[in-house]
Write a new protein. Sequence first.
Length: 156
Amino acid sequence: MRIIDKCILLGITLVSLAACTNPESLIEKDRKSEEEKILETFSDKEIIKLADLDIQLKEVEQSNEGDRSVISLTLVVISDSLPEKTEIDNHIFSVTAEQNQEPLTSIDAIDSFVLDNKKELTYRFILHSNTDVVLFTFDYTNNSQHMTKHYDVYLE
């Protein structure tokens, strides 16, 4: 009979401990995971080459911000050939996105940045819909040439 009493006491203790945890944080975590969905992550070896710049893709994330859906692309711009503290503006390097051949509106546009060998950037765009394909376009212009590369992401 004592073993049964100990088991019951242990069960009551476990239930009490579970009740002491913060259920709001668990609910908030679930709510956040519904709002933010990582669509793709990339290895360090996945690089887009653009003359003097290498673009290392890091992550593509889809999220809901209020009543709009947003897609975010995080990348690292790398250059060993450009001088340190080179200012790169959007006439030299830019990222745009489109969905169903319609341009997506950029949020927090990155007009320029200073490049010290590596620079992590996040580009965010308002989606037209939560389905279809998003096509990212990377444009780079140096003194002698213009290069364009594309990367597409399938929305779930």
